[in-house]
Design a binder for this molecule. Structure first.
Ligand code: FES
Length: 213
């Protein structure tokens, strides 16, 4: 796999708060590979979003809240990707511990830059900081921490700073708003693009904050 292959690159997925609740999940697709990041009992982990039994997609929605459970035969998976709940296992599958471990989900890479969460298909490769560069990594981390509150959508205007990296485009308003757009990775449809406006912590709370797609 070349370093330019989509499977080797980091893609922004969501914000850390999107995955803060137990069972919260966010999905995407990179090329032909569906990915999911999921909170399982407080651990946030990432896998290929494909069941290892008969290869059904586990979570079909771009985001939501629900256990990591395959909709086909109902296998559920723990934070190591191992199937731990197998309905009718004694009669239909007869999988003991070792057999279940062999059928663990394929891990994906997950990394944070401040509150920004990124995923990568490949489990090995340069760190997110190496790929973004340390200066930009630090800037994005600081911005994500400085604009924690989702709020009313804004439209970028002349004079706003624009930062582009990976699948991200950020527009920074001088009067204090951060518009973050993450494009769907190659091979993914537009359901997996996400646009959110953030405001500083002391900005007034608004009621029509955008949620992840
Ligand atoms: S395909 Fe997932 S449990 Fe059978």
């Amino acid at each position: 796999m070349s370093n330019d292959a989509p499977e080797s690159r980091w893609f922004h997925l969501c914000m850390a708060d999107d995955l803060a609740s137990p069972n919260a999940f966010v999905t995407t697709r990179v090329g032909a590979v569906p990915l999911v990041a999921q909170n399982i009992k407080g651990r946030v982990v990432a896998f290929r979003n494909v069941c290892t039994h008969r290869f059904a997609v586990i979570h079909g929605e771009p985001s939501g809240c629900g256990p990591l459970r395959c909709p086909y035969h109902g296998w559920s998976f723990d934070a190591d990707g191992v199937p731990v709940g197998l309905p009718f296992n004694p009669t239909d599958f007869q999988l003991e511990a070792e057999g279940r471990r062999r059928l663990a989900l394929h891990p994906a890479s997950l990394a944070r830059c401040g509150r920004l969460v990124f995923v990568r298909v490949a489990s090995d490769g340069p760190s997110l900081e190496e790929e973004l560069g340390s200066g930009l990594f630090a800037r994005l981390a600081a911005l994500s921490d400085a604009f924690p509150r989702r709020g009313d959508a804004v439209e970028p205007e002349d004079g706003w700073e624009t930062i582009e990296t990976a699948n991200l485009r950020l527009h920074l308003a001088p009067n204090g708003a951060l518009l973050l757009h993450s494009a769907a990775p190659p091979g993914a449809d537009r359901r997996f693009s996400r646009t959110v406006t953030f405001h500083p912590a002391n900005a007034p709370i608004t009621t029509n904050a955008e949620l992840p797609a």
